[in-house]
Design a protein around this ligand. Structure first.
Ligand SMILES: O=c1[nH]c(=O)c2[nH]c(=O)[nH]c2[nH]1
Length: 291
């Protein structure tokens, strides 16, 4: 029985690159999901485990981040062509390459704040209990990011702490907010977009020392502006962006090239309420994530 190796390729899938061009006060944000696939004379590694021709997928990933710093990030097509050409020209066994890039869209809010278009949903949960009715409305999956105006330091360090202190980091989250109205007789269609705007404006405008502080500021701003809102509850994952360490490649990284983390993520949650808020009764009972 003859058994042979057929077509094959290998590479690093889904390298999450976030690049911030800070050359003007109006930061340019590029968010890419990059997969590299190399083809060529790789039979030996499949057949015998001889890796003499295998450019490690880890090296391919590093090349993505190093190229982002060295050459900047232009159109995804140009970035992909540059990467593919490099792998083919620098590694003799590489005879072909396929570089796939998905670009994640961001809408600009201001010079350094952005929101992911689409994706979010408006929500409401209306609870009747006898002759009482409560309206809890909100939104979920509102993804926002700011490229500056966020610090995190002053936290305790114990023997397990490795996180460096930072005075300038990317802050990104996916906002889930629910707010309880103090009446069931309101122009909900007008209030909803106004509250959404206040949440976005406050996220952008708050110079953040912690995502916790941003959360409270966002809830507070809603309560200050909307007298018919009794309480706001927020759940905000900290979508970490790690500064890529390019020093092994002789490159600095002045807050320009980031690895967008997937999981784990910090999860920051809290309620902001009026001291005199009317009783919530069973309004929050069984509301997913906020019960
Ligand atoms: O805003 C933050 N709050 C935290 O509690 C925390 N913890 C952490 O590792 N990074 C951050 N960032």
């Amino acid at each position: 029985m003859g058994i042979v190796l057929g077509a094959n390729q290998y590479g690093k899938a889904e390298v999450r690159l976030v690049h911030v061009d800070r050359s003007t006060p109006r930061h340019v944000l590029t968010d890419l999901n990059i997969s590299t696939h190399l083809r060529g004379a790789f039979d030996a590694t499949y057949l015998t485990g001889d890796n003499a021709s295998v450019l490690a997928t880890d090296t391919q990933k590093n090349t993505v981040y190093a190229f982002a710093r060295k050459f900047g990030v232009d159109e995804p097509e140009d970035f992909a062509i540059r990467l593919g050409r490099h792998f083919i020209e620098s590694q003799e066994p590489v005879q072909g390459a396929q570089i796939e890039i998905d670009q994640l869209p961001w809408d600009r809010l201001d010079d350094h704040s952005f929101a992911r278009p689409g994706g979010e949903r408006r929500t409401t949960s209306v609870t009747f209990d006898g002759d009482q009715v409560w309206v809890v409305s909100g939104l979920t999956d509102l993804v926002v990011l700011k490229t500056t105006g966020s610090e995190f330091h002053g936290f305790p360090r114990d023997e397990y702490t490795t996180l460096p202190e930072t005075t300038d980091r990317i802050l990104a989250t996916s906002v889930t907010a629910r707010w309880r109205y103090s009446s069931a007789d309101l122009a909900f269609g007008e209030i909803y977009p106004a509250i959404r705007s206040v949440l976005l404006e406050t996220f952008s405008a708050t110079h953040s020392l912690a995502l916790q502080q941003t959360l409270y500021a966002m809830g507070r701003a809603v309560l200050e502006k909307f007298g018919d809102v009794a309480e706001v509850r927020l759940s905000m994952p900290n979508k970490h962006h790690y500064l890529a360490d390019l020093s092994p490649f002789g490159l600095d990284n002045p807050n320009e090239v980031f690895i967008a983390g997937d999981r784990p993520y910090g999860l920051i949650e809290g309620q902001v309420l009026r001291e005199e808020a009317p009783d919530a009764g069973s309004a929050w009972q069984f509301v997913p994530g906020f019960a």
